[in-house]
Ligand binder design. Structure first.
Ligand code: SF4
Ligand code: SF4
Length: 336
């Protein structure tokens, strides 16, 4: 009786610990190739899990060496008008756009913990010079960068610098049919983007990728894009459609996955500098409000807040469809 009354109402139950343990051990065990060392490695991993489970320093979730991805949605602005995406409908006012110096400071503070910095949007190249500054700083700090772009604003000067910096570029392509392109992108720039794609392939080689969204609207297009990529030896990734305010429809149920959402390794920055743990944070009641803003707070202080640790813990057993996005998969589960 006394035990029941002493137990705090929000104390996690046994199934939570089991799920937590399984979520840590299952992906780890799949990476062990040599059967002879399987049990000793599981034993040591269990000790490590126990230490991190019970020894609660707030910093631990975020500062594994090269264990985190910093994702910067540099802007909501975009020249395209894709019906799959509602982001372009809400461009941030100029006065709310984060000065690039604040993001560079954030990158410098976190770089030892980052295995990658990703730039997305909106269209990142709307802030062409800022992107170059970030790419140069990332190179200096030895953090690989990936940028996802519509491909419209690419040019030779950018690709030349980007190639020297050895970063990775991803262009979104959802069809290779010129008429459908105009419907999918709301703009008539099929020829321009295809020319830029060929130029990027020539200049960046395997550091250039194409990414497509699988939706009901693109089901017939994906195999053609895949064949095109194979012909040009361009790595091709396919993401399931997620509703970010767009008008497309999911291609069907995405099969469930048995690993915890890896978004908790992510640190996401909005165009105004707000910090969240994943771009779908509004689904998690405790994470609805941003954790802070890097315009006026230090990123490490933001990530060390108690709420940041709590949100990270909740994310481990979070199970929404957004878990299927490549940026939310553990590297071991993400096959290109
Ligand atoms: S999907 Fe990409 S290219 Fe299309 S409007 Fe949205 S941000 Fe722009
Ligand atoms: S499942 Fe979605 S909402 Fe939950 S942590 Fe992962 S990305 Fe965030």
């Amino acid at each position: 009786m006394s035990l029941i009354y002493k137990r705090p109402a929000n104390w996690p139950d046994l199934t939570h610990f089991l799920y937590d343990y399984y979520g840590e051990i299952a992906p780890f065990s799949r990476r062990i190739d040599r059967k002879a060392v399987f049990l000793p490695l599981i034993f040591f991993k269990t000790i490590e899990w126990s230490i991190y489970r019970w020894y609660k320093t707030p910093i631990r979730r975020f500062y594994g060496v090269k264990g985190n991805e910093l994702i910067y949605m540099i802007t909501n602005r975009c020249h395209d008008r894709c019906p799959k995406c509602g982001i372009w409908e809400h461009p941030e006012p100029a006065c709310q756009h984060l000065p690039v110096a604040d993001f560079l400071k954030c990158l410098q503070r976190l770089h030892e913990n980052l295995y990658q910095v990703t730039l997305t949007g909106g269209e990142p190249l709307t802030y062409f010079e800022d992107v170059l500054l970030i790419a140069q700083e990332a190179k200096k700090l030895d953090v690989p960068m990936v940028m996802v772009t519509s491909g419209v604003l690419l040019n030779e000067r950018f690709l030349k610098i980007y190639k020297e910096l050895e970063h990775t570029l991803v262009v979104s392509v959802d069809t290779l049919d010129k008429e459908r392109w105009e419907i999918f992108r709301g703009r008539k720039h099929f020829d321009l983007v295809m020319r830029n794609i060929r130029l990027a392939r020539t200049m960046l080689g395997q550091r250039f990728r194409i990414q497509s969204v699988l939706a009901k609207e693109t089901e017939a297009d994906i195999p053609k894009i895949n064949a095109f990529c194979e012909e040009l030896s361009i790595p091709h990734t396919v993401q399931p459609y997620m509703d970010f305010g767009g008008q497309w429809h999911s291609a069907g149920d995405v099969p469930p996955v048995d690993y915890p959402c890896a978004a908790r390794k992510n640190i996401c920055i909005y165009p105004n500098g707000d910090v969240v743990k994943c771009f779908d944070h509004r689904r998690i009641p405790l994470a609805r409000e941003p954790l802070g803003n890097i315009r006026n707070e230090d990123i490490i202080q933001i990530l060390c807040k108690k709420r940041a640790t709590e949100v990270s813990r909740i994310m481990k057993s979070c199970n929404f469809p957004c878990k299927q996005l490549s940026c939310n998969k553990p590297p071991a589960a993400f096959k290109q």
